[in-house]
Design a protein around this ligand. Structure first.
Ligand code: FAD
Length: 467
């Protein structure tokens, strides 16, 4: 490859370590222009009257981009920050700086692919584009299936893939990055530029802070520093605090860490500290993420549609008042409301919470699952196209109902409920799961939308404990 000037378009690969796109750009160009574009369409209101990506997602992204810029600067490079539409800005920059090569991570979902196509259409034929795969643990070229033949079950995918494919080595951070000389590298946007109303204390509420440095710190903390990983299998279904699971999902979602970096850290842990079912399980979960990515690619746009890829016809009732109460965390079901309130405030919810909130939404409230998935998309700082929509699809059509009263007792979440629903702080640790059973109901907490007969056994179990 003749050495020329390259534009490196960062998207969901906001890191220096194990970034093949970055390495390829640096190695094949005399100088590069690293760019990140905040696209206002991402923060615009949807048909549901909430933004596609909400304030917490914006703040987390901004922090991550800020850290990427600082880290590039420490290598003598920089990051151009722009606000606008990539299909206008990228061709302009390429023309302005006589760039001949474009490097970016390869996309896999329709909206993102559409933007990439629009960019390509605006480029002259002399520009060579390199779109490089980087999202998954197993490289798309290494899995033992073509996308149209991805198995329908995760087990089939996992067993065959882990047997037949190897996880590739990670890419080191380039020692030096030659960049184009620019007078103005742009400033990071303020939330108000995307019409967010920012309350004084809001920025501090993020569950975890963004950026590659904190991603690597978290990985180190969860593994060698505290050895929390050893008990992951038994703690992963909890909801209170930070340490019951890895909390790497927000970093993975924006590419502040790569799944291969996590994989090799776990392998080193197995060699040097402990190898057990927990270390196996963490990798198992990361392989789920791969499975959903590839299966989502196979299923195409049907993963965003009410009937899903199973073409189901479910008579959803779509009560808008119930939808609003679910979103606000005021359904009157403590296990659901605590999780929804945490999501609204911090941008994060445990996996147990997500399973229950989705199951209750679809099977009890009987609301179209795509509304709930869109709400999670707006709120989750770890929002990932395939992980979100495929998990929701699974809760709607492919998995059994989850009883939120039963789960509330099983996972002993009284303290968690008290943290997120202060109205219930004084309630007994058993009755807190079913406050509608409190005889003289004087709480400020709302009465439930409905108490279903299928919860009766779980209610009786709690009441017996009080006898
Ligand atoms: P850990 O338990 O520490 O797991 C390690 C990593 O494995 C996670 O960071 C994640 O990358 C991956 N992982 C774990 N569980 C799953 C899973 N069920 N599906 C796919 N990957 C998984 N995860 C997202 O990253 N983004 C989403 O938008 C998202 N939406 C979800 C929506 C619903 C309805 C449900 C039920 C689950 C969703 N998940 C999503 C999966 C899961 O809840 C989160 O990945 C997990 O809670 C993140 O916390 P953690 O990093 O501490 O996970």
């Amino acid at each position: 490859m003749a050495k020329e000037k390259g534009l490196l378009w960062f998207k969901n690969d906001l890191r220096l370590l194990d970034n093949e796109t970055l390495c390829r750009a640096v190695n094949s160009c005399t100088s590069i222009l690293p760019v990140y574009i905040f696209d206002p369409r991402l923060f615009a209101n949807t048909a549901y009257n909430f933004p596609k990506a909400g304030l917490n997602r914006f703040e987390f992204l901004k922090q991550t981009v800020d850290v990427l810029r600082t880290n590039l600067q420490s290598l003598g490079a920089n990051l151009l920050v722009e606000i606008g539409h990539p299909e206008e800005l990228i061709p302009e920059l390429i023309k302005k700086y006589n760039i001949t090569k474009l490097f970016a991570e390869q996309e896999y979902a329709s909206e993102e692919l559409k933007i990439v196509d629009a960019v390509k259409q605006q480029l002259s034929e002399e520009i060579t584009c390199y779109f490089i795969w980087g999202k998954t643990l197993y490289h798309i070229d290494d899995i033992p299936y073509s996308i149209d033949k991805i198995p329908l079950t995760s087990k089939a995918f996992r067993i065959n893939t882990t047997k037949k494919a190897e996880v590739r080595e990670t890419f080191d951070i380039p020692k030096k990055i030659e960049i184009l000389s620019l007078n103005d590298w742009g400033t990071l946007p303020e939330a108000t530029q995307f019409n967010f109303e920012v309350l004084d204390d809001q920025k501090e509420n993020l569950y975890v802070k963004g950026g590659e440095d904190l991603a690597l710190e978290r990985l180190n903390y969860y593994t060698v520093e505290t050895e929390l990983l050893t008990s992951y299998k038994w703690t992963r279904n909890k909801s209170l605090g930070l340490d019951y699971s890895s909390k790497l999902s927000p970093y993975l979602a924006v590419g502040a860490i790569s799944p291969r970096t996590i994989y090799y850290a776990v392998k080193a842990y197995e060699k040097n500290i402990k190898k057990n079912i927990s270390t196996w399980w963490l990798i198992f979960e990361v392989v789920w993420r791969d499975f959903f990515t590839f299966k989502g690619m196979r299923m195409g746009n049907s993963i965003f549609k009410t009937e899903g890829y199973k073409n189901k016809e479910v008579p959803f009732e779509n009560n808008t008042e119930y939808f609003e109460r679910w979103c606000a965390g005021t359904t009157g079901i403590p296990f659901i409301d605590a999780h929804m309130r945490q999501l609204n405030e911090t941008g994060y919810m445990s996996n147990r919470g997500r399973v229950n909130c989705a199951s209750y939404f679809v099977h009890d409230l009987k609301i179209d699952w795509t509304w709930g998935a869109a709400y999670f998309e707006s709120k989750l700082i770890d929002y990932d196209v395939s992980s979100n929509w495929m998990n929701w699809h699974m809760q709607a059509y492919e998995i059994w109902y989850t009883n939120p009263v039963n789960q509330s007792i099983k996972y002993k979440v009284a303290d968690y409920i008290k943290k997120w629903i202060p109205e219930l702080a004084a309630v007994d640790n058993e009755l807190i799961h079913i406050p509608w059973k409190i005889e003289e109901y004087k709480l400020k907490y709302p009465k439930p939308i409905e108490v279903y007969s299928k919860w009766a056994r779980a209610e009786t179990k709690i009441l017996k404990l009080l006898d």
